[in-house]
Design a protein around this ligand. Sequence first.
Ligand SMILES: Nc1nc2c(ncn2[C@@H]2O[C@H](COP(=O)(O)OP(=O)(O)O)[C@@H](O)[C@H]2O)c(=O)[nH]1
Ligand SMILES: [Mg+2]
Length: 360
Amino acid sequence: MSKSLEIGIVGLPNVGKSTLFNILTDGSALAANYPFATIEPNTGTVAVPDERLQKLAELYKTNKIIPAMITFTDIAGLVAGASKGEGLGNQFLGHIRATSLIVHVVRAFSDSNVLHVDAEPNPKKDIETINTELMLADLQSIDKRLSKLEKEARADGTLKAKLEQTKKAKEYLDQGIMLNSLKTDNFPGIDDLNLLSLKPQIFVFNIDDTDLNNDSKQTELKKLVPGYEVVFISAKLENELRELDKSDAIELLESYGQTENGLSTLIKSAYKALGLQSYLTAGEKEVRAWTIHSGYTAPQAAGVIHGDFEKGFIAAEVVDYNSLIDAGSIQAAKAVGKLRTEGKTYIMLPNDVVEFRFNV
Ligand SMILES: Nc1nc2c(ncn2[C@@H]2O[C@H](COP(=O)(O)OP(=O)(O)O)[C@@H](O)[C@H]2O)c(=O)[nH]1
Ligand SMILES: [Mg+2]
């Protein structure tokens, strides 16, 4: 978990993926008005924006801030038929396999100057086109595996659960059901297939800036993807923000009723979809954000820093970030009873600032 989180940006050509990627990474992936402008995936690693780190650095008088990191990959070229190799398809499907979250960008902006692969954007149909390719690719992986697995399972009883899960996944896919939409079924036995439609997915609707406050339009789009995290962004507007200095950018965003930029909004949704949260460590040497799964106990959280911290865990000294800032120092927080000692069963909270005690 301490390595950066990998997020793949997918969607039909000309929906704004590269524009979004540039905004997120502030890099210069090629954004151009024609399909397959991006052939090699563009990859960029960015710091997760976290205002708390700056405040803690001031409190502890350190200059060293280590934020959590996220790697975005702009995966171009998914079109109908990609699973059969259409539009350099298979290559792109392989890149998606390497990610832990799919950000599915859907065009919902109107601009007759920007070509659409099927003549006309239709968010519902466009989503289905991409998801169908992911499911077809999964069916190929499953079919390749299944006949061999059936033979092996006859000889080796321990493979039976795996066979059952593979068949079950196939049944859903045959019905056009995305595996990541299932609430109760999951497929721990077939992790090694690395199925694309099982990867957590969030949707970014790229809308006109004039729709950023259009609740009825947004509600309508949300209904297309029930159960998924949804983000509304005007890539065009966010792209314009990059030219402005920070205070002008914030002012412009606020004039559209937005309180944070696209990167922050997207990362929050990504963390939510993946069931992740962060906790903080702080000292004179450095302040740092660590990414963990929601529900992690204190020893598990310590294990993200170092395996020995988990094995030799004794206790966690925990203070809530806001209490620490209010108190003004860790000593002051302790004096007012805000510093707690927590044991092995403590479940980490998102605003915890922690120091672990351990034996090595
Ligand atoms: N009007 C409008 N055009 C956009 C928006 N986002 C991207 N575009 C334009 O659409 C074209 C394709 O964008 P690009 O990011 O290269 O799409 P990709 O093929 O999905 O990577 C470019 O000409 C962009 O300037 C948007 O939000 N509104
Ligand atoms: Mg592109």
